[in-house]
Design a protein. Structure first.
Ligand code: IFM
Length: 457
């Protein structure tokens, strides 16, 4: 029998650009994702988040669904350009009002809000000034954070600074598959430093505004992958260690231990001359340790050495014989256990929330409208099982948020991938619980004990 602590937080997550829609309504400014989606070829079928799941207009219905499922906490993100349409100075009161109404509705149903400050929708006006490559954006971010901490912090007691800063830095500025679509490794490394520093400064500001007695908790949400060498060879093991520094420790080390991982830092400095670090930056990062670490977990990476002369000389290998989701991500729940145990050992057992975990499958509604997503239930159940094991082995695990509450705009994949436990009919915008939503309802009711059952409508 699996046991979770009594106050364990069972949640679900979304983000602003992926669900809100109303992209050109009530004073919202443009974000870099509006711009990116308009570039032909960047997003599947030329889709965009203009309407998405129309959550901006249907939030009451959506919070009602959360209540029906029994979700105890809802992780959403605040769209920076809805609050500050040009990224700074002028406030859009209608945007503020929307989040006030959302938060109040959640609290009415006893659902604890967890708000993310930055889930990738940077105001385009700030991108025009260089975006995250420009050090000034750190100050703009802290000003924005300052405003929302004061506006919503009386009711929001769980805060995420950045969602997946690795993706922001590297998918956005090196690989180019995300907004703003740059392909420059030096700039990406510099962006990563700016993101980490802005995280620390936002933590600092939060604690200045909300004294300890009234304060909630604040931390980052990192996308982490346990790295497995493809073979037992020395070369593959070394390659896996480097991949670990690049994907995981580049963010974990500064945020939880106040320094960059030595080997990769040395490589970046020698070959690219970055990151540029100003006096006091590392002290600020070290002094503002988060209350918790948010972990977004989806799959592991299997790594082999290459003899090309790239700065990061390794490649990812696709293990055969494994099962994959429709994102082509390997299903490997044991990796979650391994990742959390590594974090426990390496960083002095921090408090952890799993801020995202879930899977995309090609859900097909039946003639009667029901959606039997048993692959998703299986995926979720196996990951929850690993969490129970982690708790038994001493990990300070405080909660689990499914990605995602509802189907949504999956970035470059547009609406072609469905992660939700609630189905969205994009023609009518009708919501429909999938079997996984009922499964999650039972799981929550039994505080994690119903995980093996597949008998859901
Ligand atoms: O949809 C994304 C989310 O925005 C960030 N984490 C991963 C999810 C699935 O790709």
């Amino acid at each position: 029998m699996v046991e979770f602590p009594e106050n364990f937080v069972w949640g679900a997550a979304t983000s602003s650009y992926q669900i809100e829609g109303a992209a050109h309504e009530e004073g919202r400014g443009l974000s870099i994702w509006d711009t990116f989606c308009a570039i032909p070829g960047k997003v599947y079928a030329g889709q965009n988040g203009d309407i998405a799941a129309d959550h901006y207009h249907r939030y009451e219905e959506d919070v009602g669904l959360m209540r029906d499922i029994g979700i105890r906490s809802y992780r959403f993100s605040i769209a920076w350009p809805r609050i500050f349409p040009t990224g700074k100075n002028t406030i859009n009161w209608k945007g503020v009002d929307f989040y006030n109404r959302l938060i109040d509705k959640l609290l009415e149903y006893d659902i604890a809000p967890m708000a993310t400050l930055y889930h990738w929708d940077l105001p385009q006006a700030l991108q025009d000034l260089g975006g995250w490559t420009n050090r000034d954006t750190i100050s703009r971010f802290v000003d924005y954070a300052d405003y929302v901490f004061r506006a919503f912090g009386d009711r929001v007691k769980l805060w995420i600074t950045h969602n997946e800063p690795w993706v922001v830095a590297y998918a956005g500025h090196y690989i180019g598959r995300h907004a703003p679509g740059m392909t420059n490794l030096s700039k990406a490394v510099q962006v990563s430093h700016h993101l980490i520093l802005s995280h620390a400064k936002a933590v600092e500001r939060y604690r200045e505004i909300w004294p300890t007695s009234q304060a909630g908790k604040i931390g980052p949400a990192l996308n982490l992958y346990p790295m497995y060498p493809a073979t037992e060879s020395w070369e593959d093991k070394k390659a896996a260690e480097l991949a670990d520094e690049f994907h995981n420790r580049w963010f974990l080390d500064p945020i939880l231990a106040g320094k960059y991982p030595e080997k990769l830092f040395g490589i970046f400095k020698e070959k690219l001359g970055v990151p540029e670090i100003n006096d006091g930056d590392m002290e600020t990062i070290a002094a503002n340790r988060s209350n918790f670490l948010g972990v977004n977990f989806y799959f592991r990476k299997v790594i082999a050495a290459t003899d090309n002369h790239d700065i990061l000389c390794y490649k990812e290998v696709k293990p055969s014989g494994s099962k994959y989701t429709s994102m082509d991500w390997e299903i490997f729940p044991e990796g979650l256990h391994r990742m959390l145990m590594d974090i426990k050992e390496r960083y002095d057992n921090p408090h952890i929330y799993i801020t995202e975990n879930g899977a995309a499958f090609d859900d097909v509604p039946q003639a009667d409208g029901s959606i039997h997503d048993h692959d998703r239930i299986d995926y979720l159940a196996k990951h929850v099982e690993q969490l129970a094991k982690c708790i038994q082995e001493g990990v300070n695990l405080d909660g689990y948020y499914i990605w995602s509450l509802m189907d949504n705009f999956e970035w470059a994949f547009g609406f072609s991938k469905r992660f939700g436990i609630v189905y969205i009919d994009y023609g009518t915008l009708e919501r429909k619980m999938k079997s996984s939503a009922w499964w999650y309802r039972d799981l929550i009711k039994n505080n994690g004990c119903a995980i093996a059952s597949r008998n859901h409508p």
